[in-house]
Design a protein around this ligand. Sequence first.
Ligand code: ASP
Length: 279
Amino acid sequence: MKVMKFGGTSVGSVEGITSIKRIVESAPKPVIVVVSALSGITDQLYNVAAMAAAGDENYLAEYKAMLHRHVDMIPQVIDDTMIQAQTIDTIKELFTDLSNILRGVFLIRDSSPKITNTIVSYGEALSSVILSKALKGAEHADAREFIKTIHQFGKHVVDFDQTNHLIKERFAQLSNVTVCGGFIASETQTNFITNLGRGGSDHTASILAAALGADVLEIWTDVDGFMTADPRIISNTYVIEKLSFSEAMELCNFGAKVIYPPNIFPIFHKKIPVVIKKT
Ligand code: ASP
């Protein structure tokens, strides 16, 4: 089996979702698809949380823009009218919950880290539902149920014992295609919603691939791959065909942003290859 991760730009437009459908439908099964929030949505969610906490009523306009962006894309990526209607209902329900939380934040003029984590989790909760309905026969998995974190030295870190155990339990029977949101998690002790930090969807994908002993982890992106330098600055750069984990780490220290090696550390231990692919 393989784990395929698609970032926010891939899932952020109708064309992007159409490409994902083509790629996933032609892949050998079973696959687990890990998806980020629609491009820009995580930033927007952090922003609306801050606006509501500051008592800025304009948070509502931002909220409505996010609602429309998600709902408007559904009829364009889902053909079946029944599934379209069900998906619109599910997405609207999620948005109603989000609006209630934001209203509370606005009224008390405060958003604790716990509440902000809950607010930003909607990005991947929404994108993963839409993609799971857009991919025929796909199942949806909620990462908050099996990616577990503990609070250590002021940040949420993965509780690998619990996480690996829960992943094995959840995926004991693998469907052909399972779609799961990246980034989002929950705390082992309390079940409060947490996350793996910005760009954390690669981490989710890598944790899943390692726990399930995947043959490969594919990171689908909109760049050609690891290059010798930033092509926007240096003209004669080229894609590096193959590199080791430590070489990737070194390039990242010099500014390469394709992947952040600490995020894919779990698969490094298991010697699972990572393939960077362009959507
Ligand atoms: N949506 C999250 C972020 O923007 C996680 C991710 O995209 O990997 O950081």
